[in-house]
Design a protein around this ligand. Sequence first.
Ligand SMILES: CC(=O)SCCNC(=O)CCNC(=O)[C@H](O)C(C)(C)COP(=O)(O)OP(=O)(O)OC[C@H]1O[C@@H](n2cnc3c(N)ncnc32)[C@H](O)[C@@H]1OP(=O)(O)O
Length: 213
Amino acid sequence: MKDSKLVIWGCGGMGREVNHLCELLNIEVIGFLDERSEMCGQLIDEIPVLGDLPDIIHLRDQVKVVCAGVGSPQLKKRLVQKTKDFGFSFADSLVHPAVQLSRKIQMGIGSIIGAGTIMTINVHIGHFVIVNSSVTLAHDVRIFDYVTLSPGVNLSGNVTVEEGVFIGVGSAVREKITIGPWSMIGGGAFVKDQVPGGVLYAGVPAVFKKNLS
Ligand SMILES: CC(=O)SCCNC(=O)CCNC(=O)[C@H](O)C(C)(C)COP(=O)(O)OP(=O)(O)OC[C@H]1O[C@@H](n2cnc3c(N)ncnc32)[C@H](O)[C@@H]1OP(=O)(O)O
C-alpha cells in the first residue's frame, strides 16, 4: 500500500492542520472521518467529511488512516483501537519539512511533528504522538504513546512524558522530570517537580490542581 491516500480522524483544528501538513508533503488526503453523522457530506477546507469507518469500509485496502488528527489523548487512543478493529492500516508519521531532527531520533507510527520543532540528540517518540508547532525536545527526552504536546512546549534534557499525557500551550518542563501517565499540564506552566499519573498540574511553578478520572 505504498503511496496510499490518507483519511484523517477529526475535522476540527488539529485535523485541518494535519491536512495542511499533508498538502505541504504532497500526500493526497481523500477525506476526514467524524463519528458525528451530521458532519458526513460536509466540505471542510475543500476536503469531504466521509463519515465513520463503516461508511468507507470499501476503501479499507486503498487508504491509510491518520489517528492523530484529534488532540485529546483519550480520544486518539479510542480511535486507534477502532481503526484496528475495522482492519484499516495506519498512516506513517508525518514530519513538517521545517523540523530540525538529529540523526538519533526514534519515532513510532502515526505521529505528527509540527513546523519549527527542534529535536536534538537521542529523542524517543512513541506511536500516535502529536508534537505541535515550535516545540523543543532536548537530549534524551522520551515521549510515550498518545501524548499531545501543544504549540511552544519546551522539554529540557532527560524529561520523560508517559502515555496519554497532554501538555498545554507554552509550558516548560525542567530537566529529569517524569510526567506520569494520563496527566495533564495546563497551558503556561513551569513544571519543576515530578508529576504523578492521572492529575492536573498547572501554574508557575506547576502545582497539583485536581485528580483526573
Ligand atoms: C493549535 C491549538 O490550538 S493547540 C491547543 C492548545 N490548547 C491548550 O494548550 C489548552 C490548555 N488548557 C488549559 O490550560 C486549561 O486551563 C485546562 C485544560 C488545563 C483546564 O482543564 P479543566 O479540567 O477545565 O480545569 P479547571 O478549569 O477545572 O481548573 C482546575 C484548576 O486549575 C486551574 N487552572 C486550569 N488551567 C490552568 C492554567 N493553564 N494555569 C493555571 N491554572 C490553571 C483553574 O484555575 C482551577 O484552579 P482552582 O481550583 O484554584 O480554581
